[in-house]
Design a protein around this ligand. Structure first.
Ligand SMILES: Nc1ncnc2c1ncn2[C@@H]1O[C@H](COP(=O)(O)OP(=O)(O)OP(=O)(O)O)[C@@H](O)[C@H]1O
Ligand SMILES: [Mg+2]
Length: 508
């Protein structure tokens, strides 16, 4: 009974020990004396508001940043992770949200990148061995991924699986996933969870960052909460629930998550008729009234973003009319759309929303240049002032409007983008997944904002993959499937089941 624990079990308690980690970026104290431990064979969720320091802590673990102070031990061994290669060597694998695979190479080539098995002749690579080993590894985990498929042809979910296989090939014992489900479909998310559970069963230590607290409750064994760079709480999930986690994150109760809607809906502002585009939108028609928030549901790939792009003049229209406030628009590029009073907050802020290398202020004023100068001259002082005000309105956490945009945390970049479009004073605004990657408090702020914009008499199209938020705020819900509009429902008269059914079920 009192026999000492076998070594393997004793080691379970010490996969990772990060102790007293601090990190400062110029004026911002991103982390302050953080102590964070994880165990083998467990999923440890790391949560916190935007800018709390989650990604910074994990980048220190991955050797990307050096801490100003503190120490790291992996399986009981002190480590100095001076660069990413040393972190990989120590068994840490980081799966970023923007996956860093070589798109033009195959699955097997990616998995063996930098460690290719030698072929029969010197200086050659054995593609046969790479494929065979990849297949073997994939089979162990029941992944169905052809080793010779090109990564550029894979879905986001499959790319993640390739990243995970790459980590396993390198014998990682700690895998960090930073917001892994934010661009996955429902089905891919379910599969990712199965994979994470398998990894846990095999004794790996998974660190899981997400703003979707339902996922945390479903998947995690332990939860640690960061607030303003400090670790404020760490506990087993059995002792926690969503309201308790939120309380630790924001330091207060969050009431009124969705605002009270005062429906004051007027005449039709936007009319779309017979809209088709080269990108696969097929004969779509709908109207949005003054003061109305119209939600748009659909599975990933159903054509929701493509509608936004067709209206905004990004994708060429092959047919259809767009009428705004009684005027038929001839939009052939985004500049036309902006000039006509349309705003589009894109779903992929890094690729189609922001210029990451530019100062925050430039990103805010980019579609609003007419407000900050005369003719073609820009007044820098005015730009600074207007950007500072716009940022403050959205409570963007930054060193100042001149800070480089890529120094902002993911969620704060999203707020920056919203600040930009608020400044544009458009009559019709499209929000494509505006709450992706932002924390619970900021989500509530965005819902409040949508509500206020509607009350000011704007027409809003709100595209989202999360049904609860569509049901929480939209007056009507449009449902898309395969490029077609298959449902136009009054929110109060429908159910999530009906929406899901329309979005997913193929009729003949
Ligand atoms: N390279 C950098 N240069 C300057 N400041 C930075 C840099 N990286 C992060 N920061 C700052 O450090 C703080 C913590 O950022 P971090 O990215 O770790 O937050 P996060 O918890 O991951 O937030 P999110 O949920 O929005 O992704 C933020 O205030 C951010 O602006
Ligand atoms: Mg982050």
């Amino acid at each position: 009974m009192n026999a000492p624990l076998p070594q393997a079990v004793a080691d379970r308690d010490a996969a990772l020990r990060m102790t007293g980690i601090s990190k400062r970026f110029g004026p911002v104290q991103a982390l302050c004396e953080v102590t964070f431990h994880t165990r083998a064979g467990s999923v440890h969720a790391l949560v916190g508001e935007n800018g709390a320091g989650k990604s910074t802590l994990m980048k220190i673990l991955a050797g990307v940043y050096q801490p100003d102070s503190g120490s790291i031990e992996i399986h009981g061994k002190p480590q100095i992770l001076a660069n990413p290669a040393q972190a990989i060597e120590a068994g840490v694998s980081m799966i970023y949200q923007e996956l860093d695979l070589a798109e033009h190479l195959t699955v097997a080539e990616n998995i063996f990148l930098g460690a290719e098995p030698q072929g029969p002749l010197p200086f050659t690579v054995s593609h046969h061995q790479m494929a065979a080993q990849t297949r073997r590894l994939a089979e162990q985990y029941n992944f169905r991924i052809p080793p010779d498929a090109k990564v550029e042809d894979l879905s986001t979910g499959d790319c993640q699986i390739v990243e995970i296989l790459k980590s396993l090939r390198r014998n990682a014992s700690i895998i960090v996933m930073d917001e892994p489900t934010s661009s996955l479909s429902e089905r891919e998310t379910v599969r990712l969870f199965e994979v994470v559970r398998q990894l846990r069963k095999r004794g790996l230590s998974i660190i899981y960052i997400s703003h979707r607290l339902e996922e945390i409750v479903e998947l995690a064994d332990e939860v640690s909460v960061l607030r303003d760079g400090q670790l404020v709480h760490s506990e087993s999930i059995t002792q926690l629930d969503i309201p308790k986690i939120v309380h630790h994150m924001v330091g207060r109760e969050l009431t009124d998550f969705f605002p009270q809607r005062k429906a004051n809906i007027g005449d039709v502002i936007l009319e779309v008729a017979g809209l088709s585009s080269e990108a696969g939108v097929r004969d779509v028609a709908f109207q949005i009234r003054r003061g109305e928030i119209v939600g748009m549901a659909g599975l990933v790939g159903a054509g929701r973003t493509e509608i936004a792009r067709a209206i905004f003049g990004v994708d060429a229209r092959t047919s259809g009319r767009i009428v705004l406030e009684g005027r038929e628009l001839d939009v052939t590029c985004p500049a036309d759309a902006i000039a006509s009073g349309i705003a589009l907050l894109t779903e992929d802020r890094k690729r189609t929303g922001l210029c990451l290398q530019l100062p925050c202020s430039w990103n805010i004023t980019l579609p609003n240049l007419a407000q900050i100068g005369m003719k073609s001259l820009i007044c820098p002082a005015q730009e600074h002032r207007i950007a500072a005000e716009a940022g403050a309105r959205m409570a963007v956490k930054w060193a100042g409007p001149e800070a480089p945009t890529d120094s902002l945390s993911g969620g704060n970049q999203q707020k920056l983008l919203i600040a930009r479009w608020l400044l544009a004073h458009s009559t019709f605004m499209i929000f494509d997944e505006p709450t992706r990657g932002i924390d619970v408090g900021a989500k509530a702020e965005v819902y409040g904002l949508l509500n206020r914009l509607a009350e000011q008499g704007k027409a809003l199209l709100f595209i989202s993959s999360e049904l609860p938020e569509l049901f929480g705020i939209a007056d009507r819900i449009l449902v898309m499937r395969r490029g077609k509009l298959v449902g136009n429902l009054v929110t109060k008269q429908t159910t999530p089941e009906e929406v899901m059914h329309l979005a997913a079920v193929e009729e003949n």
